[in-house]
Design a binder for this molecule. Structure first.
Ligand code: HEC
Length: 255
């Protein structure tokens, strides 16, 4: 009897907080993404707008270290021409060297350079954000459960905290962040950027486009991979037909 009581107590004690936590995390909405499904591709307009949002907003705090400027052009890129890519790279400065005098020097970035990070290292980045580190975004879509929908959820999930919850000054309430207290101030709002193609810059549109861009960044060869997959399946289907016909022919005389 005592053992039973203890068992019952521990089940309840363990289950109640887990349940409370569960209830407090609202499920992620599933956004409609152009890249969903086996035939999905990246919407070039969304990619370019997403890159504008990253460049003007997110890149003030977050690096994208695994990307080079040249990834923005060429097949599988964002649809920019070589000259546009050169111009985009040239807006940033990188340290190069040592030169003939043995000194380091600054020069405009070239398409072959990696994206220039906002801070020289993580410590400097933390120091600028009350100790919290804005993570590198190169693989963030792959690194978080829920992927694109989760990142979209974070960007659109800021809410006033429930009454009675004391929040530190440096923290924001966010529906979708585990624990609900996030050190990132809400980065998006209506018209925080003005899109070159004239699309209306609502918070939802900005979030949708920057998540499309970050999904591309985490797997720039996704379209190629899907195309290869479709070709392989097509080949296997044809091969199945050929082999079946061959089998019928070979065994036709045997009863
Ligand atoms: C003012 C600086 C700042 C800006 C601008 C900013 N962030 Fe952040 N971001 C942070 C900080 C700080 C964190 C770490 C939050 C934490 O750990 O509580 C963070 C965390 C994140 C995370 C990780 C959440 C997780 O699950 O760990 C994502 C994703 C993210 N930011 C995306 C973005 C995107 C996309 C943009 C641009 C639209 C952006 N951020 C703009 C400072 C910023």
């Amino acid at each position: 009897m005592r053992a039973f009581a203890i068992a019952l107590f521990s089940v309840v004690a363990l289950a109640v907080p887990a349940f409370a936590q569960e209830e407090a995390m609202p499920p992620l909405d599933h956004e409609k993404w152009s890249f969903d499904g086996p035939f999905g591709t990246f919407d070039r307009g969304a990619l370019q707008r997403g890159f504008e949002v990253y460049s003007e907003v997110c890149s003030n705090c977050h690096s994208l270290k695994l990307m080079s400027y040249r990834d923005l052009g060429g097949p599988g890129g964002l649809g920019y021409s070589d000259d546009e890519v050169k111009a985009i790279a040239a807006q940033k400065e990188v340290t190069d060297g040592p030169n003939d005098q043995g000194e380091m020097f600054q020069r405009p970035a070239r398409p072959s350079d990696h994206f220039v990070p906002p801070f020289p290292n993580d410590q400097a980045n933390r120091a600028a954000h009350n100790g919290a580190l804005p993570p590198d975004l190169s693989l963030i879509v792959k690194a978080r459960e829920g992927g694109s929908d989760y990142i979209y959820g974070i960007l659109t999930g800021y809410k006033p905290p429930p009454p009675g919850l004391k929040m530190p000054d440096t923290m924001q309430y966010n529906m979708h962040f585990p624990g609900h207290q996030i050190a990132m101030p809400p980065p998006l709002s209506d018209d925080v950027v003005s899109f070159a193609d004239g699309t209306k810059a609502t918070t939802a549109q900005e979030a949708h486009d920057v998540v499309t861009f970050l999904t591309w960044a985490s797997e720039p060869r996704m379209e190629e991979r899907k195309k290869t997959g479709v070709k392989v399946v097509f080949f296997l289907l044809v091969m199945t037909g050929v082999l079946y016909a061959a089998k019928r022919k070979i065994w036709a005389d045997v009863h």
